[in-house]
Design a binder for this molecule. Structure first.
Ligand SMILES: O=C(CO)COP(=O)(O)O
Length: 252
């Protein structure tokens, strides 16, 4: 069975003190309210270990925002899957559109990153999503399909038991414009059909597919109630415990 997941991508926000405070507040809320959805937070990498130490892993899991596409060696500034694993991190976001855009990450690089994560048994949250002009040209299905197939290309179905996909239309990220629940459901169902065709029904049915892009406390419930939307990857609204906890609580 696939999980409902609400993940907060903190991106390059918060000082160390602010990050600890937010993690503490979220942990207090989650341990008290015992949400039904799995809660994940992805802070800046230099805070990972400190935050991992203050949250109760039964209620709040900590993820990396990225991972290197190389195993080890002379890659200044990079963080390997083995290094994440060595501090107990077992989840990582990969292929976020901001990295595709600002760090020129290609599908081929993302495929290598996934390979590194699978080798260390780290759960990847693979981000896909079209740009505004691609949606306007009605190419969004093709774009998302090729992002998924290119990223997963060398993997066999048995490697994909932990896969999580986040559909994040670039035009909805940080803009306040959200995909409508119908638009999101349509493409989530399409993603599941692509997984089904390529890797079979077990992978398709067990992969959690999250929606990301201006998720907030007022739109979360309707988005998450769609059949193929298994949760959210939340940016801005994950930086305030009041907002993020309301989003998590959208899963009753
Ligand atoms: O990019 C996102 C999460 O990875 C979404 O960001 P916002 O929720 O701020 O739109």
């Amino acid at each position: 069975m696939r999980n409902n997941i609400v993940a907060g991508n903190w991106k390059m926000n918060l000082t160390f003190e602010q990050a600890l405070q937010l993690a503490n507040d979220l942990n207090a809320w989650a341990t008290e309210n015992k949400p039904t959805a799995k809660v994940i937070i992805a802070p800046t990498s230099i805070y990972l270990q400190a935050i991992q130490e203050i949250v109760d892993g039964d209620f709040v899991q900590v993820a990396s925002q990225d991972v290197s596409n190389s195993e080890k060696g002379a890659y200044t500034g990079d963080i390997s899957a083995e290094q994440l694993d060595s501090i107990g991190i077992n989840c990582a976001i990969v292929g976020h559109s901001e990295r595709r855009e600002y760090q020129q990450e290609t599908d081929a690089i993302i495929a290598q990153k996934l390979e590194q994560l699978f080798n260390k048994d780290i759960t990847p949250i693979l981000c896909v999503g079209e740009k505004l002009e691609e949606r306007q040209a009605e190419k969004h299905f093709d774009v998302v399909k090729s992002q998924i197939l290119n990223a997963l290309n060398p993997q066999k179905a048995e490697n994909l038991t932990k896969l999580v996909i986040a559909y994040e239309p670039v035009w909805a990220i940080g803009t306040g414009v959200t995909a409508s629940p119908e638009q999101a459901q349509e493409i989530h169902a399409f993603i599941r059909s692509v997984l089904n065709e390529t890797y079979g029904s077990e992978v398709a049915e067990n992969t959690s597919i999250l929606y990301g892009g201006s998720v907030n406390p007022s739109n979360a419930e309707e988005l998450f109630s769609q059949k193929d939307i298994d949760g959210g990857l939340v940016g801005g609204a994950s930086l305030k415990v009041e907002d993020f906890s309301q989003i998590i609580a959208a899963f009753k």
